[in-house]
Write a protein that binds this ligand. Sequence first.
Ligand code: 0X9
Ligand code: ZN
Length: 338
Amino acid sequence: DGFDVFRKWSSPGGHKAEMEYLADQYDDLTELITIGQSVEGQDIYAMRVTEKADTKKAGSRPAVLYISTQHAREWIAPEVNSRLLKHVLSNYGSDPQITEIVDTRELWFVIVANPDGYDWTFEEGQRLWRKNLADNNGDGEITTIDGVDLNRNFATNWGYDNEGSSDNPSGQTYRGTAPQSEPETQAMDALMGSIDFAFMVNYHSAAELILYGTGWQVDSPSPDDIVNIALAGDDANPAIEGYDPDLSAELYITNGDTTDHAGDAHGIMAYTPELATCQTALSYPESTLPSDYCDGRSQFEFPDDETLVQVEFEHNLDYALSLAESAADPANPVSSLG
Ligand code: 0X9
Ligand code: ZN
């Protein structure tokens, strides 16, 4: 009690240090790779998890990529994703399902895809920063005119219109000056292209959704195909408890977003779980927080409460593992649905 659940990327005891610790602790199962640097020169890490990671060639087993924290303020995302990573590592050899997955699959994790923006949200008054820290006006300071939305900067349909992304540097969905102008985007694109990933999960918050399929337009949306429905479920029986599965573009359209790019440029089936809001987490039966906890807080401010963070992770676990199980034969998915 008394410890903060949420932590920066770069601080002692932060996510970066945790990934280094885990790579050391689980040497045989992991490979820690620097996939690029942020605008401010921070390392972006990917952790590769598979049995005999040191000798087994990367990409030689069916692979899934789990990423989080493109959006700086969505603090629950790196927590759910890093707990997934730790769950897989710590249960290898004791839990048969996890052991089978690690022996026969390759799981990749990028816990903090936007380290500069994420760390910025721990500064006074910056809790709701969303974008990276690109200095759009080149004045050497970060103000509201700065930053690029990393979920609008990918090359696929980049800048298709000003509804699905913004051409205004001050906009929350500012797409940047050019396709993949941002080093964080370049690092992710290179990773997506270097391994034959079957699936990708892009953890965001906050809305309790499992988004799949086309995101850039509603006119020719991808069908509610068998694989997506089998994995994500439907409103009556969602793969993540309390979430609604839906076509991405039906929430709203986006262009240059990660999951469209994963599909179009790399043939990766990609999903965006929108993790719980403050209010929804507060309503969980496990909550012991006062009922006014979320008053005056934004939806992105998931409660700083170990129990509720763990519950959110547990809600997401079976779905995440079902993608790993399905990676060997994506056309015939292994559903986690009851
Ligand atoms: O807008 C986003 O980037 C994601 N939502 S968030 O509130 N975390 O910013 C959702 C993107 C999903 N794709 C589409 N709706 N097309
Ligand atoms: Zn987001």
